[in-house]
Design a protein around this ligand. Structure first.
Ligand SMILES: [Ca+2]
Length: 376
């Protein structure tokens, strides 16, 4: 294990600063980091014990771990935002959809698709995950790199590991694990733990992977020797596709089909399962009085009736496949999955409709892409 070196992996931010307004649309916006005025974690007995545990468990230098953790500061925003709001509005699919299916986000997605089309094609070829699904996830997560989080990851994770707020189920053990994974990643990459920025919960980069997911699912898709989900759109694209493939994505299977509802409420209730697991064949949908397009019958794959609620108004329904459920492994929410799919489809349509720029360089053959993208 090489000794960790200070190499901030924020090439995207640095490039965006250098290029100014000419920076490509997908690049992260440059924003001043928030003030860091919480108390440091130096001197806390449980932090020192954690450093010793991680040192022995993961073979990292104990002194380096202690030095890094001692510089972490308690982040009030993490404590506040990890708590659910006191009065949250009931789930509303149309409102949720409207947050993401906006013309500006769709245009940003088309620009991102244009800039990185060869990596999207390479990821689709290698992992079987369609480009528009990857585009939907990166667009919902970070607006194509514009909103990747302004909090120091080490502050966020240390706060939730050692000062998880009371009043809800304690998830500090999960965040201790994520803090450990973060330090392992920094050591492996030679990245400075004090210079990594992400969400209030420690999610990182264009796809907002938690550090444990970075270590398990992220890939060095551009083959530069580093796994960099913030500075390398190629790595982000390959990593999202690898994550979905690793969670059971079935190449060629649609995510969902339109569905006509049965007339009888008993049939509707029967088709609405307890979760998103596809339990019914298209023929069984038909027996319950639900109608499906020919493609659903041709594919023949099991389906789940997915309700997307609109309080006070009619719900929206689709027939979800196993691939719909796979998207919820990224974020456990049917609204999330449907927003990813619809944003991805809108970006694809925008990209397909936009004229090819005169200066668009030729796309290398996919075989060359595969050669440039080494193994997981
Ligand atoms: Ca890379």
């Amino acid at each position: 294990m090489p000794l960790p070196l200070a190499r901030p992996l924020r090439r995207g931010l640095l490039l965006a600063a250098l290029y100014g307004a000419a920076a490509p649309a997908w690049m992260p916006a440059v924003a001043a980091p928030p003030r860091r005025d919480g108390p440091r974690y130096a001197g806390r007995a449980e932090v020192a014990a954690f450093a010793a545990e991680v040192a022995s468990r993961r073979g990292l230098p104990r002194r380096w771990l202690q030095l890094q953790l001692a510089q972490a500061r308690r982040l009030q925003a993490a404590q506040r935002l990890i708590m659910p709001p006191p009065t949250s509005a009931p789930p509303d699919w149309e409102r949720h959809r409207a947050q993401f299916l906006r013309a500006d986000r769709i245009a940003a997605g088309a620009a991102f698709a244009q800039a990185h089309r060869r990596w999207l094609a390479a990821a689709e070829s290698r992992f079987g995950v369609p480009a528009h699904i990857v585009l939907g996830i990166i667009g919902v997560e970070t607006y194509y790199g514009r909103i990747t989080g302004r909090h120091r990851v080490i502050d966020a994770l240390a706060t939730l590991a050692f000062d998880f707020p009371t009043g809800r189920s304690d998830r500090s053990a999960f965040f201790r694990g994520e803090l450990e994974e973060f330090l392992v990643w920094c050591a492996r990459e030679g990245a400075d733990p004090q210079a990594q920025f992400g969400s209030f919960a420690g999610a990182m980069g264009l796809p907002q992977f938690m550090p444990g997911s970075v270590n398990r699912w992220a890939v060095d898709f551009d083959g530069d020797g580093h796994t960099d989900l913030l500075g390398s759109a190629a790595d982000a694209i390959g990593s999202v596709a690898n994550y979905l493939a690793g969670h059971g994505w079935q190449p060629g299977l649609a995510t969902h089909h339109a569905v006509g509802l049965p007339a009888a409420e008993a049939d509707l209730l029967a088709l609405l399962g307890p979760d998103l697991t596809p339990r019914w064949s298209p023929a069984q949908f038909g027996e319950r009085g639900a109608t499906l397009p020919p493609a659903a019958h041709e594919q023949g794959a099991p389906l789940a009736l997915v309700e997307l609620r609109n309080p006070g108004r009619a719900s929206h329904y689709v027939a979800g496949t196993a691939n719909f459920q796979v998207i919820t492994r990224y974020n456990f929410s049917r609204f999330y999955a449907m927003a990813v799919i619809e944003l991805g489809e809108a970006v694809r349509a925008e990209f397909d409709a936009s004229p090819a720029p005169a200066e668009r360089p030729p796309v290398p053959p996919l075989s060359a892409e595969r050669a440039a993208a080494p193994g997981r």
